[in-house]
Design a protein around this ligand. Sequence first.
Ligand SMILES: [Zn+2]
Length: 330
Amino acid sequence: MTSKLINTYIDGMYKIAVPTPFRVGPVNCYLLEGDKLTLVDTGPRTEAAYNYLKDALQERGYAISNIERLVITHHHIDHLGLAGRIFEESKAQVICHKYCARYLDDQDATYSYYLKFVNGIYREAGVPQRIIDTMENAKDWYDMFGSAPVTDIQKVDEGDTITMAGHGWRIYHTPGHAGDLITFYQPQTRILLASDHIIQKISSNPLLEPAPTVGETRPRRLIEYLEQLQRIANLDISIAYSGHGSEVRDVPALVQKRIEFHNNRATSILQLFEGNAHNLWEMTEKLFSQVGDDDKYLALSEVLGHIDMLERDGKLTRHYQDGVVFWQPG
Ligand SMILES: [Zn+2]
């Protein structure tokens, strides 16, 4: 039988590629031994993911109940789905960013806030009712794969340090792909636990998300994402361990590639306006008409991110018409 634990460049730190039913494929969780047996991310709430983790831990002689600390990198269901179940069985200390905690201890209110926000954005974007209705499926999705409640959470933030596998890791809050995403940098070994901030094969689509505090304006996730990529690229990194796929050895080169990709995409979106005012839905259909209704959320997030960049650079201005935002080039 092949091992489910993959060695890393740090003694006592193992990568576990946990299966998910999602298109993204397996999610990388990390087991770190030492003072406190720590699991970074859990995989989705499925039996297959649970059993995979259980078998992986067993290779080092541990049971799920032996986990002493659970670190969650961000709120997406492929990363935290099993948190509640593992917490239940292990009573592990759960650590996540302060903005992530609400997805573990106050999910119903958090998801209704989220859906209400998306609904508002969709209406402003001129999105047809049939797509707005798909948001109801999103709720079922969360109920199915999201975490059971966790009640005891230690909230962390930028600049905090935690010890894992005998090393001190500094926390960087890197909003973008998700507003609550944290990465961990180990200065002596120059290793980064990057989660979905930096992924070799895919560009981490910054998803539409409400502001962490009610009443604040919508965060411009793609703009934040590019700023945070730049910030992390300035660290001296030997190797970055990602939330999906293989390790990244040349972080600055990958970051440069991502920045160029998004600048080019913003330019081609601007050309697609052909000088005329359009709303977000029209532009999304120009670019992503082939995307199915259930995935329009991703497509809308992607296009709005680039529209935000163009507005920031003074290349698009907005005006309102019957409650819908239209973007005008020039
Ligand atoms: Zn992910």
